[in-house]
Ligand binder design. Structure first.
Ligand code: MN
Length: 322
C-alpha cells in the first residue's frame, strides 16, 4: 500500500475540480456538468464518474432522453433533488426515479438501460448521476437494479445528512457496495453549519448541487467539486442560504482502469469485446450479455468508433513526471 508522505498527511490536498459541460445521450441531448473524471483527478475512492444537472427548466422540452445503452464494470447511482426520471433496463425493470430515492444499478458483466423524462414530466429537473467502479474481484458479478426509498437521515441544527452509500458516523445505508466508500446528500439550512465526521482512511470530495455552499470556508459554485484528500477527521459545510451538496469518499482505488464510453474495464481488448457485443446485439438481436430494453420509444444508442490507438489503463490521478 502506498502511503502519502508525512508532509502530505499533515497538509491535506485541496483541489477545486471545475465541471465541463457535456451533452448526455443522443441528438436530443441535455447538457450536464461533469466533474469526474477530471484531468488531474480521475477518481475519488471508487467514484469514477460524476455528472450533475439543473435545476433545469424543462417545461415543454424533452428533458432527459438517453436511449438504451450498455454498461460493464460499474454501479450507476441516480439521485434526484427535483423532478423524475423513468429508468428501464434489460432485467425488465421499469422504475420512476423520484427525489429522495437512491436508484442503484449494478452493471457487473453487462446490462443495458434507458433514462428519460416521462411524457408528463415536471417543470424542473435537478439531480446527479455517479458511477462507482467495481473492484476486480466483483466486476463480473450478476447485473441487478435496486431502489432504496428509506435511507437513514442524520439531523443537526445546521442541516441534515442523508446516507446514500456506506456510512456516516455510526449510521449506515442499506445500499449494496463492493468496496469501502461513502456517498451522502447534505442539506444545509440558511445560515447553518454542519460538521460531518470522516473516515481517515478515505479520500473525500464535496460536490455542490446548489449555489451557496462553502466547504471549510471555501465557497463553491453549483456543479463544482472540492477534493479534500485523505486523513481528515471531519469536514464543515456552511451556507447563507438553503444549500445542497454530495459528500463522496472511499479508499483510494488502486486498480488502473480503462474507461471508454459506458464501459469500465481493465484492458483495450476487454473494451473492444464489450463494444462488439453491444453492436452485434443492435445488428442481429439481443445478446445474453446486454439483453434488450423494452418500452423505450426509439432506437438504441450506437457505440462510437474506437480511437485509432489502443486504449490505455489509467490511474486514479495523473502521475506527475519526475
Ligand atoms: Mn447509463
Amino acid at each position: 500500500m502506498c502511503r502519502a508522505s508525512a508532509a502530505a498527511a499533515t497538509e491535506p490536498d485541496r483541489e477545486l475540480l471545475e465541471p465541463r459541460e457535456v451533452p448526455l445521450g443522443g441528438p436530443r441531448a441535455m447538457l450536464v456538468r461533469r466533474t469526474l473524471p477530471n484531468r488531474d483527478r480521475r477518481m475519488v475512492g471508487a467514484w469514477c464518474f460524476a455528472d450533475n444537472y439543473g435545476p433545469a427548466h424543462i417545461q415543454g422540452q424533452p428533458g432527459m432522453q438517453v436511449p438504451p445503452h450498455p454498461h460493464i464494470g460499474l454501479q450507476t447511482v441516480s439521485w434526484l433533488l427535483e423532478g423524475e426520471v423513468l429508468h428501464r433496463d434489460s432485467l425488465g425493470t421499469t422504475q420512476l426515479i423520484q427525489p429522495g430515492e437512491l436508484n442503484l444499478m449494478t452493471a457487473g458483466r453487462g446490462i443495458s438501460h434507458s433514462e428519460e423524462s416521462p411524457p408528463n414530466h415536471g417543470a424542473v429537473l435537478h439531480g446527479a448521476q455517479l458511477w462507482v467502479a467495481l473492484p476486480n474481484e466483483h466486476r463480473h458479478t450478476d447485473p441487478r437494479f435496486e431502489s432504496y426509498g428509506d435511507l437513514p437521515l442524520l439531523t443537526d441544527v445546521g442541516g441534515t445528512c442523508r446516507v446514500l452509500m456506506g456510512q456516516v458516523a455510526d449510521t449506515s445505508s442499506p445500499a449494496r457496495t463492493y468496496s469501502p466508500l461513502v456517498g451522502a446528500d447534505v442539506s444545509i439550512v440558511p445560515g447553518g453549519v454542519l460538521r460531518l465526521p470522516l473516515e481517515r482512511e478515505f479520500e473525500h470530495a464535496v460536490l455542490a448541487l446548489s449555489e451557496g455552499v462553502a466547504v471549510d470556508g471555501q465557497p463553491l459554485t453549483n456543479g463544482t467539486m472540492l477534493y479534500l484528500g485523505r486523513d481528515r477527521r471531519d469536514v464543515s459545510l456552511h451556507a447563507p442560504v438553503a444549500a445542497r451538496a454530495l459528500l463522496l469518499g472511499g479508499t483510494p482505488f488502486d486498480e488502473d482502469l480503462v474507461m471508454w464510453w459506458n464501459f469500465v474495464g481493465r484492458s483495450h481488448e476487454e473494451v473492444v469485446e464489450a463494444r462488439s457485443d453491444w453492436e452485434s446485439g443492435r445488428a442481429a438481436g439481443p445478446t445474453d450479455r446486454f439483453g434488450v430494453v423494452h418500452g423505450y420509444g426509439g432506437p438504441a444508442l450506437a457505440a462510437p468508433e474506437l480511437p485509432h490507438v489502443a486504449l490505455k489503463a489509467r490511474s486514479r490521478f495523473r502521475r506527475r513526471e519526475t
